[in-house]
Every structure is written in structure tokens, then in C-alpha cells.
Design a protein around this ligand. Structure first.
Ligand code: FAD
Ligand code: NAD
Length: 469
């Protein structure tokens, strides 16, 4: 018998899916969410943002205790890591977040269906439970929020033992002596930071000429300097030829842009060369839903697929693979079904790398402005001149503002420095509400704060000049 109880069925319980389900329920939709794993929250909660940040924070505490506390006059003896507790805390943080999502599902009267969903046709979904039983569903609306999976390289196949993805790296439960990382993007940099702080000799092998190549080059050049200083080896412009495991170690062979071949042998090799939209087994071939040449489900601005009552959001469609992007799209998709229309400006979605110092960015990079022949003013203020930075001993990095010389519109803000991830929120607000560089510098900033570096960068970009340089 076909179950027709629901106005909306959401496939996938990541930040896109659970946000959509909650908003839909608030708007009065009778809602169900389908998840194939027995833990809600998707990649972000289970094997992404949350566990990565838990390990980053734990390793940062250890690193500070080991290398920085002395300069504050704090002496520690016999510092060591309890590895079970170290990884156990991460698992506990994940459990707390999963419990929070379960609570929200219950509070909002959302039905959770555990099982794997597939389309039998444009308007029929079949869910197969772990026990193998099947149930058919039909609903007024469906949202596909099935997320993404790591890309595997044909010559460096992830075996989940020695050649691993971020998922295994988040649960190694040991501190390896050596680790190679293929890909110096966001995951590569974050996981390199975790293990290098614990004492692992980490080598990043990156194809492009810069780390995190999508971000502003001045910022990523500074990031590279800081990571190298912390002991991470970074090899840029390198093509990986092969990664081969002998069960105990991995040999990675790679060739530089100038043709020089090298190899390194490490205990683990993490492959982090990007992620791809996940639609395996979803039965899209039984529908009129269209994918693009990169396997992403094609939608319009309201996130409707080519089957108008089926929507798609998050990592499975185009745009940056970020949790907050998935959440923003979820709200727009659901509110659109309810007749509330608004849109998303992809140039105003911030991106963050949770290294220390953090890197955060919104809007156009200096390279993009040059490529597009857009004139710009630049204001750049170093944290070494920040009173708060000196007091905290966090003086690395800078805040950089790029703005339109004629009207003062803020075109891009790029920060590398302590708490950049939180500072970027102000830049997003300023850009979203089109506050000029000059006006952004005349509002009040608490002293002493890291945010004052932004004020100084706004002052400089607006041509009024820094008060502290
Ligand atoms: P997902 O979170 O991937 O959720 C999709 C869900 O759908 C999964 O639970 C999956 O099991 C389920 N599913 C798939 N197919 C089916 C099916 N057929 N039937 C039923 N269920 C199905 N982003 C940030 O913004 N900040 C960060 O700090 C950050 N850190 C990250 C760290 C790592 C290591 C990784 C890997 C990613 C990180 N990301 C981060 C990216 C972020 O996790 C994703 O952008 C986000 O999870 C995408 O959300 P989503 O809802 O589209 O999909
Ligand atoms: P990414 O796209 O950020 O980086 C992949 C890197 O691998 C790129 O620098 C690319 O040049 C390099 N690369 C590709 N092929 C290569 C090869 N053959 N040899 C060497 N290098 C190669 O992807 P990722 O780091 O895997 O992360 C996946 C997604 O997860 C990203 O889109 C990111 O947005 C998201 N994520 C976000 C956060 C965050 O917001 N803090 C954290 C982790 C992951």
C-alpha cells in the first residue's frame, strides 16, 4: 500500500535536509525525513564539520599547552595525550549534536524514516529498510538532500585502511608518525593541522600552485608560510602518479610541474581532492530529473528540479559544498513552496578554513577582480598591530578589504587571523546590506578586539587612512 500521509518528504538528514524538514514543519507541512544511516545529521554532523572542529579544537589546546603556554609564564610538566579520551571527546560531541537533531525532529513532529530511498517514478519513492523491507511513498513535495561523497583518484584508491578519506582520518585513534595528504584544499589543511599539532610529520601534496586555490592568494600564501613554520611540509604544483599501500605504509609517487619525480613513504595517506554529488542508487533514471556534466542535480533559483514538485538542495546541486549554503537553500526551497519568495547571493556566502590562525573569506578575491578588470581599492591591516592580538599572543595574519573606488561598495573581505571565522560575519552583513567601506569604518568597534583590524582595513580601503599603522 502506498503511504500518502506526508505533504513533504525530505531525502537525507544533513544540514540541508534537517533544516528543510524543520522549516516545513513550522509552516504547517506534514513532514517526513528519510535517512539511510541510523544516525541523523549527514556528513556535517557525523563525519564532517562537527567532528573535524572537535579534533581541531582539542589539538589546538594541546599545541598551545606544548608550545605557547611557556610564553605566558605557565609551566606544565609531563604533558601527554590520552588518545582514547582525545578521540572519545570528538565522538561524544557528535553524539550530542545527533541527539540535538533527534530532539528537533520530535519537537517539530517530523516523522523519521530510516532506510534508503529511491525514486520508482517522478512521484513515487520506495524506501528500503536495513532489514530489507520496502515501503512506497507519495507526497505533494519531495526534497533531495543526499549530499556528497569523497572523490577517489584512480591511481590512489581509498582502501579505508592506509589510503584513507577524511572519514577515516577523523577516527584514526592513534597518532601516526607520518601522514601524506593528497590535496591541499580545505580538508587537507584542516586535517594536516590536527595531526601536525599532535606530532605527526605531515606532507601535503597539492596539484595547484597554491593551497586552497579558490581563496584569495595573498591569504593562502600567508597560510602556507604559517603552516610550514608549524612543521607541515607543503609541496605545490605536484601531480600524484600513484599511491600504493603494502598494508603498513603507503608509497606516494608524484611529479612536479618541472618534471621532477619524487616519492615519499608514510604511515597513512589521506586523499582529499574534493567531493562529488551523491545520487548513487537514488533511481533518478526513473524520473525526468536532469543532472549536469559534473553529476549535480540541475535546479532553478527556487531549487525545483526538472520535475517541479521535486526540489534539490545542498552538496547534491551546484555551488560551494558548505553546510550553511545547504541550510540557506533549504529555507528558500521550503518557503518557496509556501509562497514566500527570496533568493540566495552565492557571492555572499562566507568560506572558512579552521586552521589556526583561521582563514575566512567572502566576496571576490583580488585575483577575480583583476581577471574581470574591476577596479578596486585595498585596505590591509596586520594583526601584529592589533592590541588584542598582542595581548593574546595571536599576531599572525591580516584583514584585507577590497572595495569599489567610486562608490565604496565592499567587493570582498579576506581575513587570516585569530577568530577570522567569527569576524567574517560582520563582512557578510556589510556586503549583504551594501554598507560602504567608509560607513563600515565609522561605526563603533569595541576595544581591544580583533574586529578592530577590520575597521582599520575598511578605513584604509576607503582612503581615509589607518589610525594605527
Ligand atoms: P549531507 O550532510 O552529506 O547529508 C546527506 C545525507 O543524505 C546523508 O546523511 C546520507 O546518508 C543521506 N542519504 C544519501 N542518499 C540517501 C538515500 N538514497 N536515502 C536516504 N538517505 C540518503 N562545511 C561547512 O560549512 N563547514 C565546515 O566546517 C565543514 N567541514 C567539513 C569537514 C569535512 C571533513 C567534510 C567531509 C565536510 C565538511 N563540510 C563543512 C561540508 C559539509 O559537511 C557539507 O557541505 C554538508 O554536510 C552538506 O549538507 P547536505 O545536507 O547537502 O548533505
Ligand atoms: P577542495 O576542493 O577544497 O580541495 C581539493 C584540493 O585537491 C584542491 O586544492 C585541488 O587542487 C587538489 N587536487 C585535486 N586533484 C588532485 C590531485 N590529483 N593531486 C593533488 N591535488 C589534487 O576539496 P576537499 O578539501 O576535499 O573538501 C571537499 C569539500 O568539503 C569542499 O568543497 C569544502 O567546501 C568542504 N569542506 C569545507 C570545510 C569548511 O568549510 N571548513 C571543511 C572541510 C570540507
Amino acid at each position: 500500500m502506498i503511504n500518502q500521509d506526508f505533504d513533504l518528504i525530505v531525502i537525507g538528514s544533513g544540514p540541508g535536509g534537517y533544516t528543510a524538514a524543520i522549516r516545513a514543519s513550522q509552516l504547517g507541512f506534514k513532514t517526513a525525513i528519510i535517512e539511510k544511516y541510523n544516525s541523523l545529521g549527514g556528513t556535517c554532523t557525523n563525519v564532517g564539520c562537527i567532528p573535524a572542529k572537535a579534533l581541531l579544537d582539542s589539538s589546538e589546546h594541546y599545541h598551545n599547552a606544548e608550545t605557547r603556554f611557556g610564553s605566558f609564564g605557565i609551566q606544565l610538566k609531563d604533558l601527554s595525550i590520552d588518545i582514547d579520551k582525545f578521540f572519545g571527546r570528538k565522538t561524544e560531541v557528535v553524539s550530542q549534536n545527533v541527539a540535538g537533531i533527534n530532539f528537533l525532529m520530535k519537537k517539530n513532529k517530523i516523522t523519521i524514516i530510516y532506510g534508503t530511498a529511491r525514486f520508482a517514478s517522478n512521484d513515487k519513492i520506495i524506501v528500503k529498510s536495513a532489514e530489507g523491507t520496502e515501503q512506497e511513498y507519495q507526497s505533494r513535495y519531495t526534497i533531495i538532500a543526499t549530499g556528497s561523497k569523497p572523490i577517489s583518484l584512480p591511481n590512489a584508491v581509498i582502501d579505508k585502511k592506509r589510503i584513507i578519506s577524511s572519514t577515516e582520518a577523523l577516527s584514526l585513534n592513534e597518532i601516526p608518525a607520518t601522514m601524506s595528504i593528497i590535496g591541499g584544499g580545505v580538508i587537507g589543511v584542516e586535517m594536516a593541522s590536527v595531526y601536525a599539532r599532535l606530532g605527526t610529520k605531515v606532507t601535503i601534496i597539492e596539484y595547484a600552485a597554491n593551497l586552497v586555490p579558490t581563496m584569495d592568494r595573498e591569504v593562502t600564501t600567508e597560510l602556507k608560510k604559517i603552516l610550514v613554520k608549524s612543521g607541515i611540509e607543503i609541496l605545490l604544483s605536484q601531480r600524484v602518479d600513484a599511491a600504493v599501500s603494502n598494508g603498513k605504509q603507503v608509497t606516494v609517487k608524484f611529479t612536479g610541474s618541472e618534471g621532477k619525480q619524487q616519492e615519499i613513504i608514510t604511515d597513512y595517506c589521506m586523499v582529499a581532492v574534493g567531493r562529488k554529488p551523491y545520487t548513487d542508487g537514488l533511481g533518478l533514471e526513473n524520473t525526468n530529473i536532469i543532472k549536469d556534466d559534473r553529476g549535480r542535480i540541475v535546479t532553478n533559483e527556487a531549487f525545483q528540479t526538472s520535475v517541479p514538485n521535486v526540489y534539490a538542495i545542498g552538496d547534491v546541486i551546484k555551488g560551494p559544498m558548505l553546510a550553511h549554503k545547504a541550510e540557506d537553500e533549504a529555507i528558500i526551497a521550503v518557503e518557496g513552496m509556501h509562497g514566500i519568495k527570496h533568493h540566495i547571493d552565492y557571492d555572499r556566502i562566507p568560506g572558512v578554513v579552521y586552521s589556526w590562525p583561521e582563514v575566512a573569506s567572502v566576496g571576490l578575491t583580488e585575483e577575480q577582480l583583476k581577471e574581470r578588470n574591476i577596479p578596486y581599492n585595498k585596505g590591509k591591516f596586520p594583526f601584529s598591530a592589533s592590541g588584542r592580538g598582542r595581548a593574546a599572543g595571536d599576531t599572525s595574519g591580516f584583514a584585507k578589504v577590497l572595495s569599489d573606488p567610486k562608490y565604496g561598495e565592499v567587493l570582498g573581505v579576506h581575513i587570516i587571523g585569530a577568530r577570522a571565522a567569527d569576524l567574517i560575519a560582520q563582512a557578510v552583513t556589510i556586503m549583504e546590506f551594501e554598507v560602504t567601506d567608509s560607513a563600515s569604518s565609522t561605526i563603533s568597534y569595541a576595544h581591544p578586539t580583533y574586529a578592530e583590524a577590520l575597521k582599520e582595513a575598511f578605513l584604509m580601503a576607503s582612503g581615509r587612512g589607518s589610525l594605527n599603522l
